[in-house]
Design a binder for this molecule. Sequence first.
Ligand code: NAD
Length: 519
Amino acid sequence: SIIRSLKLTGSHGLHMSRCYASSVPTTKMFINNEFVESQTDKWVDLHNPATNEVVTRVPQSTRSEMEAAVAAAKAAFPAWSNTTVLTRQQIMFRLQDLIKKNMKRLAANITLEQGKTLVDAEGDVLRGLQVVEHCCSITSLQLGESMPGIAKDMDTFTFRMPLGVTAGITPFNFPAMIPLWMFPMAAVTGNTSVMKPSERDPGATMILMELCKEAGMPPGVVNVIHGTHDSVNFICDNPDIKAISFVGSDQAGQYIYERGSKSGKRVQSNMGAKNHGVIMPDANKESTLTSLIGAAFGAAGQRCMALSTAIFVGEAREWIPELVERARKLKVSAGTEPDADLGPVISPESKKRVCDLVQSGIDAGAEILLDGRDIQVKGYENGNFVGPTILHQVDPSMKCYTEEIFGPVLVSMEVETLDDAIEVVNSNPYGNGTAIFTTNGATARKYTMECDVGQVGVNVPIPVPLPMFSFTGSRGSFRGDQNFYGKQGIQFYTQIKTVTQMWRGEDAVSTRPATNMPV
Ligand code: NAD
């Protein structure tokens, strides 16, 4: 009873309220187009990773609050799925415009809560915005198929129908892009959603909700609940939720895929990664080293498509000292500092985990060529910083290779031939992304054909497909059978209704009942 709400402007703009009890602003939920204060007594403190100061408190939504969000989505579905496709398209046009206008505000919130640099945070928003822009083509994307004359006076056609209430569960590393892979695709195809953003940085999702409302999204079409395991279990088990989109770690992804599927839902689950960059001796050295450094250390290595393993083939090994010297020069600081190349990792626990994995590599015999574990960042002494780190002569049996590090650590190895490199890549259980650096077309073609990885870059370090394609991680990095966004995203959020119709003049109607199977 001592916790009373008082509106003020905080890290999420208008959607914060101050608790008299703690004086730390809280993050609200979004239900039926209203920002709602949770009545829970369970809160998660969210810290700025650059300073470890508490920025906001995120609620574990109560069961009745989560039920209210699903009820709002369920109630909104009949009318929303019956709006014209042009109405939904117009809302997407307005939403994309509003996201562009709020780019800086979204980026500032991402840097505050997640830690990445402001420029990188704008990239996070932009890559999500591109999905919204693609949604604006819904008038072509959701077309069905038709075949006239499948029998006398009969035609068959298909509609792509929405599923109903869908849910999205997102990770901390792309607080704008990944929610934008989900709810705009769900909404534009006629579904409603309940989003559960990462409890570590839900602020960007909350700003996006404000923009959805401003764009004219009716109440209940998109809702947001908060929390961790309880919310995830609620989503997996709720019979009104028909589909779950999940992006995050293996542990959570496998669990959600199994629990959600068991209760009859469609689930798409994008999970962890270990992405290899293969460096051929004929590659363009300058652009290869630049690409490798950007893709290994950018966003402090907290990207599922980070190139976290370098495989130097043959003479390419001679470039390693230069790689180390260039990586050493990267500026590590708070994401708000204009010259920062990389910011902090998300939490002190994450920093400890990264450092422990580096130590495990050293203990197992890897060479440490660059060690960023003891970095001190002036003015941000309490931040979770790890400087660029390079472990060389790493063996595929080492823990620093078998586990996803998710920090600014490049593990590196040497092999003699392209075939050796392909064997390493294909022996790794993950299949999210990979890149080869070469100036030889035949080498590039062989690699793209023989590596068993869902997203391949040729001289492109982070080959995340634009939304006219889909995000196609494979093997251990994905569960489900329809990938995110693009054509596959439309398929995930729709089910096919097939109509077979006969229109025949009165004079042609037979009076004899057909008891045989129609042929
Ligand atoms: P995470 O799995 O810890 O959290 C993701 C979501 O799942 C959060 O909303 C969280 O509340 C929930 N969650 C966490 N643990 C859970 C559990 N045990 N049971 C049920 N729910 C749980 O992931 P993260 O640390 O936020 O994100 C980093 C991970 O996400 C990395 O492994 C990264 O590779 C992966 N990722 C993958 C992709 C991709 O497209 N393949 C993209 C981005 C991130």
